[in-house]
Design a binder for this molecule. Structure first.
Ligand code: B4P
Length: 191
């Protein structure tokens, strides 16, 4: 199994680049943002609780996200590897993910960390908000709150995997194609 974490702040291109990576390597895409938005669209109890937090730019509680990820991995036992997009976002999620993978004698192979300036992130997310209808993208103060959550809680994810020497930093500004080429080069040396 080859397991990859695509890491970076909101708007850094995780979802965008995930599409290219899964198309090329056949990994199973696991985006916690997409899973949560499906719960919201289906108006489940979990979705209704998550929406309130997401609309304020806050993270959904660890136990909710970890349970959802465990169920998803169980439902995709045949996968030849996972591309984790937007997960883990806290140290507790890192520890839980390591435990889930260890049960299957697996581990994270690499963390590819996209680096983008804050002003570019805000510009991209406001741009997406103008057309996508995503309620967490339309308001600059919510976008700034998401970036603050990232600095307060999610940068610790890179620190966690750095202790195992698994983090590779990638410049996330430029064309989608040029950034994908950099990601691909790192994957190809490891897969
Ligand atoms: P996510 O769905 O993960 O949202 P995101 O980080 O904003 O999106 P992403 O980073 O994938 O977007 P992309 O850059 O591709 O999370 C949403 C919310 O769900 C979170 O705030 C949180 O509340 C909750 N949540 C999710 N996972 C959680 C977890 N594990 N724990 C707790 N809570 C969780 O795209 C952004 C825009 O940039 C697009 O318009 C794209 O076209 C553009 N773009 C991409 N690459 C570009 C480039 N190179 N140049 C110019 N524009 C580019």
């Amino acid at each position: 199994m080859f397991n990859l974490i695509l890491f970076g702040p909101p708007g850094s291109g995780k979802g965008t680049q995930s599409e290219n990576i899964i198309a090329n390597y056949g990994l199973q895409h696991l985006s916690t943002g997409n899973l949560l938005r499906t719960e919201i669209a289906n108006q489940t109890t979990l979705g209704l609780q998550a929406k309130q937090l997401m609309d304020q730019g806050q993270l959904v509680p660890d136990e909710v996200v970890i349970g959802m990820v465990g169920n998803f991995m169980d439902a995709h036992r045949e996968a030849k590897g996972f591309l984790f997009d937007g997960f883990p976002r806290t140290t507790a999620q890192c520890v839980a993910l390591d435990a889930l993978l260890k049960q299957k004698s697996n581990e994270i192979n690499v963390v590819l960390a996209l680096e983008v300036s804050e002003e570019e992130l805000v510009k991209r997310l406001l741009g997406r908000g103008a057309t996508s209808g995503r309620s967490d993208d339309i308001n600059e103060s919510i976008i700034r709150a998401r970036i603050k959550e990232y600095h307060d809680k999610t940068t610790a994810v890179a620190t966690y995997y750095q202790q195992f020497d698994k983090v590779v930093h990638i410049k996330g500004e430029g064309t989608v194609e040029s950034i994908y080429a950099d990601l691909k080069a790192e994957i190809d040396t490891r897969i």
